[in-house]
Ligand binder design. Structure first.
Ligand code: 5GP
Length: 310
């Protein structure tokens, strides 16, 4: 078969050049994907990416399309992205490095305003952690029942329900496959294997929605989870619930009677390690009395919402 006339007339780069060009194109695409993933994971601020695009319009950041850039910013979906571009008078075909000066300034303003708003919202996210059996569950249940303005996040877990526990109220009880699916779908704000046994994770969507609606949100999670939240949302406040004494903690742990001896020993070991981490927290509350501890936690949520971090 004869080749089309245009193809035979146009000089073709040698095979080796074409291969080099396609290798370079793949590398550039990967580099752009890495930048987008870093924005999505909040490892890099979109403002920094925009600055880099301005400094080097032909670099990785400069070659990012403004559409894919905005879509990688957490909580910006297609609708918000389109609205923003219309409002900012930027064509969806533009790349970051190709924006005009005024477009760039408008986009910058938009991103700064968004970051400030998000930071204010995240001020209202409070993590309650502490050693096992210190009474985190009791204190947070008390808050759910007595302070309806606070949303108590419902975690997903792979452990079986205990008597009296209700799916969707105490936990979402899921199997391993479903838990894997939630992780793969980016549905969990944090997740961890607790006491070397079952997996627990915090669903992201209800939290984002409640914060956006101006509500305070309480997470009752373990130490590993608290650390992950601190990394993902540095504005969140971390409260550590302490037992009045170590002896009291042991008494509460054994007294609960819901775990066998081996499990109790495992949990005591975890509790020792967890107690040692209290200095990482913003506030400490001693659980002498459930109602009192709950009130202190809720008071700290209010303080936090009103004033910046010390
Ligand atoms: P339990 O099985 O006794 O209800 O909870 C065991 C531990 O898992 C507790 O220390 C609790 O704080 C922790 N936990 C519950 N939900 C979550 C979660 O979503 N993420 C993490 N990291 N820990 C959780």
């Amino acid at each position: 078969m004869s080749e089309p006339a245009t193809a035979s007339r146009r000089p073709q780069p040698p095979e080796v050049d074409r291969r080099a060009a396609s290798v370079a194109a793949v590398a550039a695409r990967r580099a752009r994907a890495a930048v987008k993933a870093a924005i999505a994971a909040r490892e890099i601020s979109p403002l920094v990416v925009l600055d880099r695009a301005t400094t080097d319009p032909e670099g990785v950041e400069g070659r990012l399309r403004v559409t894919e850039f905005l879509l990688s910013v957490p909580a910006i979906g297609t609708t918000k992205m389109k609205e923003a571009l219309e409002r900012l008078q930027i064509s969806p075909a533009k790349r970051l490095g190709g924006l005009g000066r005024h477009q760039r300034l408008r986009l910058r303003e938009y991103l700064i305003e968004r970051e400030n708003r998000t930071a204010r919202q995240r001020n209202r996210l409070v993590v309650l952690a502490g050693p096992t059996a210190v009474g985190k569950g009791t204190v947070s249940t008390y808050i759910r029942e007595n302070y309806p303005e606070v949303l108590l996040s419902v975690s997903a877990t792979t452990r079986a329900p205990r008597p009296g526990e209700v799916d969707g109220v105490n936990y979402y009880f899921v199997d391993d496959a479903e838990f894997d699916r939630m992780i793969a779908g980016g549905e969990l704000l944090e997740h961890a294997t607790v006491h070397n046994a079952y997996r627990y994770g915090t669903p992201r969507a209800p939290i984002e929605e409640a914060l956006a609606a101006g509500r305070s949100v309480l997470l009752e999670i373990d130490l590993q989870g608290a650390r992950q939240v601190r990394r993902a949302m540095p504005e969140a406040r971390l409260i550590f619930l302490l037992p009045p004494t170590w002896e009291e903690l042991v008494r509460r742990l054994i007294g609960r009677g819901t775990e066998d001896t081996a499990e109790q020993a495992r949990r005591l070991e975890t509790a020792k390690v967890e107690l040692a981490a209290q200095d990482e927290f913003d506030y400490r509350v001693v659980n002498h009395d459930v109602a009192e501890a709950a009130r202190e936690v809720v008071d700290l949520m209010k303080v936090r919402a009103a004033s910046p971090r010390p």
